[in-house]
Design a protein around this ligand. Structure first.
Ligand code: BEZ
Length: 387
């Protein structure tokens, strides 16, 4: 057994031994609140698969306790979010909430989790507010803030000589904040965002906006789209003839988990993200092999974030001897941890968001090939967070 694996096994055994007998026999109830339908359905599925893979690698137990799952399809619908999360907490009595993908839904989850003191681990949604003004001891993110990949791409676009950029995205927190991060870095470096285009989530009627881009003739376009919408945007951008004339830069969600469907229309695109293909570290190699064996599929960033959400839960539960009510111990342990992620090791900042490298990736065939580090150890500013 490798030293790290041995240490993890010892920590889990110690946690199990120290648990009160009654708690040991009780399963830990995990509530997955994720999109299982709609444009983000594939993202929710990958998160759950990644989470379950880590738990399976630990023999089905975290912090000495077996896990059971309750699932809710949140449909990426903020209007249903408060009811859905209240059901998980009050009707299903979950011990831990894991969710979600959509920033608007995550903000509703965070509010309820904060009010109830339930441990919440967010395995995707990058809403800046969650690790900003809404930050709390019991709320963690295993993914990114929307600001992070945008900021990294703002620096890249400026370095590559773009002066005038048009942005295009869905009009909700994720799109606004991704563009905000891009604009902050790009304009700091002397560039100018000349037009900010948007359409409501999850609309995919891109044509009128593509016509506006063609007329504006910017040096480049920056975009945030993900899931099914990203597939259509990349195909429409190429079909409009823009790919040949105006470089398209994106937050990496544009091409993650989507390349099979985008085909040659995605070839060569540059994006920034905290994961990519060809990282070639031992953890990533093992993770990819395990994921392939379990699901006969290649993992994407969402699977990594699900896997790391389970790792963070394990770190907290081991420190709290399986007792999910010992929130101060859980928080202290996660805050002090170096998380051995397939993306490369990362830490959790003061506002409970990952501090991590942002990679520059280029689409080559079916890969988001990592071609460099765009911004090293990038921390979200966590503006407005007071723990
Ligand atoms: C978000 O809503 O925060 C989000 C959704 C999909 C990919 C990335 C971010």
């Amino acid at each position: 057994m490798k030293r790290r694996t041995l240490l993890a096994a010892v920590a889990a055994a110690v946690a199990a031994a120290a648990l009160p007998a009654a708690a040991q026999s009780q399963k830990l109830k995990v509530g997955f609140m994720l999109p299982y339908s709609g444009t983000y359905a594939a993202l929710g599925d990958a998160i759950e698969k990644g989470f379950r893979l880590y738990v399976a690698e630990q023999g089905g137990k975290l912090g000495g306790r077996e896990l059971e799952y309750v699932k809710v399809d949140d449909e990426s619908d903020p209007a249903k979010a408060t009811d859905n999360v209240n059901k998980l907490i009050k009707r299903d009595n979950v011990d831990v909430l894991v969710g979600t993908v959509h920033s608007g839904v995550a903000m509703a989850m965070a509010k309820v989790a904060k009010d109830n003191g339930t441990l919440l681990i967010i395995p995707n949604a990058g809403a800046v507010a969650v690790t900003g003004p809404m930050c709390a001891q019991n709320i963690f993110r295993s993914s990114f803030s929307n600001w992070q990949p945008g900021y990294a791409m703002g620096e890249v676009a400026a370095k590559r000589g773009a002066k005038k950029v048009v942005t295009i995205t869905w009009k909700y927190a994720a799109g606004d904040e991704s563009v905000g991060g891009f604009k902050e870095a790009f304009e700091k470096a002397g560039g100018q965002v000349v037009k900010e285009l948007s359409l409501p989530f999850p609309n995919v009627e891109f044509q009128p906006l593509l016509t506006e881009i063609a007329a504006a003739k910017p040096d480049a376009v920056y975009t945030f789209f993900a899931g099914g919408g990203a597939v259509k945007f990349v195909k429409d951008y190429a079909a409009a003839g823009l790919k040949k004339t105006i470089p398209l830069y994106g937050a990496g969600f544009l091409t993650d988990g989507t390349l099979e469907a985008q085909g040659a229309d995605a070839d060569g695109l540059l994006t920034t993200l905290h994961y990519g293909d060809g990282l070639d570290n031992p953890k990533d190699r093992a993770f990819r092999a395990g994921y392939h064996k379990a699901y006969n599929a290649v993992p994407d960033v969402y699977a990594v974030q699900g896997y790391d959400a389970a790792q963070m839960l394990a770190i907290g539960l081991n420190a709290a001897k399986g007792d999910v009510t010992r929130m101060a111990d859980i928080a202290r342990a996660i805050e002090a941890a170096k998380i051995d992620s397939p993306r490369g090791a990362f830490t959790i900042g003061a506002s409970h968001n990952p501090v991590q490298d942002m990679y520059l990736r280029q689409v080559v065939g079916k890969d988001n090939k990592v071609i460099g580090v765009a911004t090293k150890a990038l921390a979200d500013p966590g503006r407005g967070c007071k723990m």
